[in-house]
Design a protein around this ligand. Structure first.
Ligand SMILES: Cc1ncc(COP(=O)(O)O)c(C=O)c1O
Length: 416
């Protein structure tokens, strides 16, 4: 489908679905009937390949061959094998990506590694709207470093370029803003940072699997990303670390556990980092979670990220079109230009929390982000234009009939 077809003329959802080359991929997921799932950017749904793969590893490997499975079923290399599958999705050549740990833990490792690598440690620059965990981790690292800690400057997004000068040694950014979906130009900012001598760390949690990423071509230094959002690896799936080959001989990371050792089973007293990206491992890999992610990644076999991105832009444009002016208080806060948006559309509304609860009760699952954001994410692998049409219709009905005004919908759950 032509990329501009949506903005020129909106066909019906059915026509758009009929013209969608990715429509069949939905069959690869086990989605509950009738549910419109617009939260795959928080937790991807279950790919059908996962339960089979998990059962195989649990029963035939863990159950049958016990600890021998580390060798017999090659569990020990699973982090690098899954890393290589992710590498294809982010434009990374071999040996630069490893699957391990959570995004937060990986970010800590990469931050410290980048800091050690900087020839003249200057400040770390980030933006106020970054995902909070990323900012907390810099604070945590700095607390450990005490007087040696680098300055940490957090500025508004539109002031980033003004602050990007020779005093910066690390630029830490998340490519897609988790609240608004606004997209940074990864190649442009990487080049700008490197031009003033800074290293760049990208958090690609909301990008991986849905944007066309070319990390090698953009000369990115470090990146981390998430396994349970657009990669559909399951709750708490491990994330990944990318470290450009050119840095791998000289970087070290502080969570120097045995799995990142050159010879873990030599059990030597001293830490000697493994060659290459393997030194970014720390402890024993979570084989069951990683098996789920490994199986989930098969959904991408034979698919081009360009195709996925094109549909993502169209789904967003369609949602914005259908929700245009449905309520005076519902304010679009995502960029309206598809090229400047990740795979989500967000609105601000003073009653965002009960609105999201009312949508969920009507089987349209999106999420609320404090203090007042309705966030609807879409994954082109399973979301259809009919999903978008239904979500817009339900949102309109809720706002028109006051379905969100029921007091019980205000009760905040532990996870919002
Ligand atoms: C952009 C971003 N960075 C970091 C994280 C933290 O990820 P984790 O909980 O896997 O450490 C998240 C979680 O949603 C995120 O969206």
């Amino acid at each position: 489908m032509d990329r501009d077809v949506i903005s020129r003329s909106f066909g019906s959802a059915i026509e758009l679905d009929q013209a969608d080359p990715l429509a069949g991929v939905r069959q690869a997921f086990d989605l509950p009937h009738r549910v419109v799932y617009l939260d795959g950017n928080s937790l991807g749904p279950l790919p059908k390949a996962v339960p089979k793969a998990m059962a195989q590893v649990i029963e035939r490997q863990w159950g049958a061959t016990l600890i021998k499975s580390w060798n017999d079923h090659d569990w020990i290399t699973l982090p690098s094998r899954v890393g290589e599958k992710i590498a294809r999705l982010i434009g990374a050549g071999p040996g630069q990506v490893i699957c391990t740990d959570s995004v937060s833990v990986n970010l800590f490792k990469v931050l410290a590694a980048a800091l050690r690598l900087s020839s003249s440690p200057g400040k770390i620059l980030s933006e106020a709207d970054n995902f909070p965990s990323d900012l907390y981790l810099v604070e945590g690292m700095n607390a450990l470093l005490g007087e040696e800690a680098p300055a940490f400057e957090v500025v508004q997004t539109d002031a980033l370029l003004d602050h990007l000068d020779a005093s910066v040694s690390i630029l830490l950014l998340t490519q897609v803003n988790f609240k608004t979906g606004a997209l940074h130009d990864l190649a442009e900012l990487t080049a700008r940072a490197q031009a003033v001598g800074a290293l760049v760390i990208w958090d690609l949690s909301h990008s991986t699997g849905v944007l066309e990423l070319e990390l090698d071509a953009a000369n990115v230094d470090f990146a981390v990303g998430c396994g349970y959002k657009f990669l559909n690896g399951g709750p708490g799936a491990p994330g990944y670390v990318y470290v450009a080959s050119r840095h791998q001989g000289s970087v070290t990371q502080p969570l120097s556990g045995w799995m990142g050792h050159a010879q873990p089973f030599a059990f030597s007293q001293d830490y000697v980092p493994a060659q290459g990206i393997t030194r970014f491992l720390s402890g024993t890999p979570a084989i069951l979670s990683m098996t789920a992610l490994d199986a989930a990644l098969t959904v991408f076999d034979g698919l081009a990220l360009a195709q996925i991105r094109a549909k993502s832009e169209q789904l967003g444009a369609y949602l914005i079109h259908l929700t245009d002016a449905i309520d005076d208080e519902l304010e679009l806060i995502s960029p309206s230009a598809p090229s400047q948006r990740g795979s989500q559309v967000s609105f601000r509304h003073p009653l965002a929390y009960p609105i999201v609860q009312a949508l969920i009760e009507a089987d349209v699952i999106g999420d609320f982000r404090a203090p007042d954001i309705v966030r609807l994410g879409f994954n082109p692998l399973f979301n259809s234009f009919s999903d978008i049409e239904q979500a817009a219709r339900v949102l309109k009905t809720v706002l028109k009939t006051g379905g969100h005004l029921e007091p019980r919908l205000n009760a905040r759950k532990l996870v919002t």
